[in-house]
Ligand binder design. Structure first.
Ligand code: MSP
Length: 509
């Protein structure tokens, strides 16, 4: 079986993690967990991008060495993964020897093969920003914007990677692999980009300008351009682990699709004689309250703080429910609270409470066997089968937001079933038929809760484990078995109560 190898982008460590980073990890985690449930052997990699100018600058601002700086911030990203319940198998840092070694080996190989050559690079350079500028950076009147300070035309020797040589190969590759980029319309953007001739890629930076990088193995006066270094993390992390490469999916934001992931990366691999990844998944961007996320304006959500306040699974649920994979979305507290209260607390949480309360009140806390099978039970069971059969293909196609909508609709239907059967009325009757119906309704609601929550496992793993715990249920080892309507809960001892989604302070009277 081919390993389902999935990765996130590796985050720059020049600042603390924010909601966008959190989303990408949660989305990738949901896919990884879903594939594991489906029986795939999954390998999930995430990590941090620690080299480059921005990191060097941020460390300098703090007056500490870059290594000390990245050691600190990387810890925050690692802690974010733990806090968000991310099930990654590995966490790579680009300053680790295992990564540097692979980068240098590949650079040397490409250099020996003549894929990398030295040339003069002529261009406008801003010393203040320490970067080369392009014509598009100029003001409309031709002058350079203030922020660049003094701009001079300089000529610098650098190493170049023969990107252009592979342009036709890449176009052909994309035409043969129509599903290389998800969503598909983004593949068109890649082809559009490739309709113009590619320039070869400058893959070095002179050490006197940038020290914080991986030394070129064939010229110590230079370090590696940060993207050339960073992209290789996907390969370096598994280079010594047979059977994992090529990646099944690289999950990335739309901003880093073209050119780094869809152009540089496949060409780098092709030139080095390594198989390309199977696909790229480009997600959209989160804004906050309608505006771009920015620390300086305070328009910023700290995912760790947020998870602490509202619960990690509520945050995971909201991000996956709210964003259609590939599109942009807005994160607003009002919208979060609406979903938290309406869908989690008052729908799913309510079903859990009712099931526990009524099982305790009418059946001594032990789930009875169903005895009656009438229209209400049959309808709910039919809806379950429909829901399950729709949700799985939706998740396979990354339509998680619709999968959650359908699953919660099943939870709503289960609450409606309870209203219809009204166990509190049946409990007052001594009639044998009513007692049989009462036992049936208790069994049915518990079973529907077990099943509905099973479909939420990938998105809210902690909550689902809690629900299984309070239902006295040990899930089947194979997920498909867990998704069959049956009587596994008969005789299970349920807990007295469970508070899964406490009322947030904002909505308390
Ligand atoms: N270090 C590079 C990636 C190298 S991968 C070989 C980088 N880092 S980043 O920290 O700027 O971004 C990391 C990921 O977070 C990217 O996929 C990016 O698209 C994503 N996001 C950053 N801000 C985001 C939002 N506001 N919303 C959603 N995701 C966004 O790029």
């Amino acid at each position: 079986m081919k390993t389902f190898y999935i990765t996130t982008a590796i985050d720059y460590v020049n600042g603390s993690p924010h909601l966008g980073h959190a989303y990408e990890k949660v989305l990738t985690d949901v896919i990884a967990r879903f594939r594991r449930l489906m029986g795939d052997r999954v390998y999930f990699l995430t990590g941090v991008d620690e080299h480059g100018q921005k990191v060097q600058q941020s460390a300098r601002k703090r007056g500490i060495a870059p290594q000390q700086f990245v050691d600190e911030i990387s810890q925050e990203f690692r802690a974010l993964c733990a806090r968000l319940d991310i099930s990654n198998d590995d966490f790579i840092r680009t300053t680790e020897p295992r990564h540097k070694q692979v980068v240098q080996d590949i650079l040397q190989r490409l250099y020996d093969q003549g894929e990398i050559y030295k040339d003069e690079y002529k261009g406008f350079y801003s010393t203040r920003q320490e970067q080369f500028l392009q014509e598009k950076d100029r003001n409309p009147d031709g002058s350079w914007p203030e922020l660049f300070g003094e701009v001079t035309e300089i000529t610098e020797s650098n190493y170049f990677f023969r990107l252009q040589k592979y342009q036709d190969w890449l176009i052909d590759f994309l035409k043969r692999n129509e599903n290389f980029v998800f969503p598909r319309y983004r593949q068109k953007q890649v082809l559009e980009f490739l309709s113009e001739p590619l320039n070869d890629l400058c893959i070095s930076r002179p050490r006197e300008r940038l020290e914080w990088g991986i030394t070129l193995p064939f010229d110590e006066a230079f370090v590696t351009y940060v993207w050339f270094d960073a992209l290789l993390n996907y390969y370096s992390a598994v280079a010594d682990k047979p059977g994992i490469w090529p990646a099944t999916f690289h999950v990335i934001g739309k901003d880093i699709l073209v050119p780094p992931h869809a152009v540089y990366w496949p060409i780098m691999l092709k030139a080095a004689g390594i198989e390309p990844p199977q696909s790229l998944l480009a997600h959209g961007w989160w804004s906050i309250n309608g505006a771009k996320m920015s620390k300086s304006t305070g328009n910023f959500v700290d995912p760790i703080e947020f998870a602490g306040k509202y619960g990690v699974d509520a945050l995971r649920y909201f991000m996956i429910r709210e964003m259609s994979v590939g599109q942009d979305s807005d994160f607003s507290l009002a919208q979060f609270l609406a979903r938290y209260n309406g869908e989690l607390a008052n729908n799913l949480g309510n079903l859990v409470n009712r099931t526990l309360n009524m099982t305790n009140r009418f059946a001594g806390g032990v789930v009875p066997a169903a005895e009656v099978d009438e229209a209400p039970e049959q309808n709910l069971r039919a809806l379950w089968e429909k829901t399950r059969d729709e949700v799985i293909p939706l998740c396979e196609g990354f339509q998680f937001h619709i999968a959650l909508e359908r699953t919660l609709a099943f939870v709503t239907a289960t609450n409606a079933y309870i209203e219809q059967r009204a166990p509190w009325k049946l409990g007052k009757s001594a009639e044998a038929a009513d007692q049989a119906l009462l036992r049936t309704s208790l069994a049915t609601m518990a079973e529907a809760l077990r099943l509905g929550s099973a479909l939420l496992t990938a998105v809210m793993p902690g909550t689902v484990a809690k629900i299984q715990g309070v239902l006295g249920h040990t899930p089947a080892p194979v997920w498909a078995d867990e998704l069959r309507w049956g009587s596994t809960l008969t005789g299970a001892k349920v807990a007295a109560t469970a508070i899964l989604f406490p009322r947030p302070a904002e909505t308390k009277a």
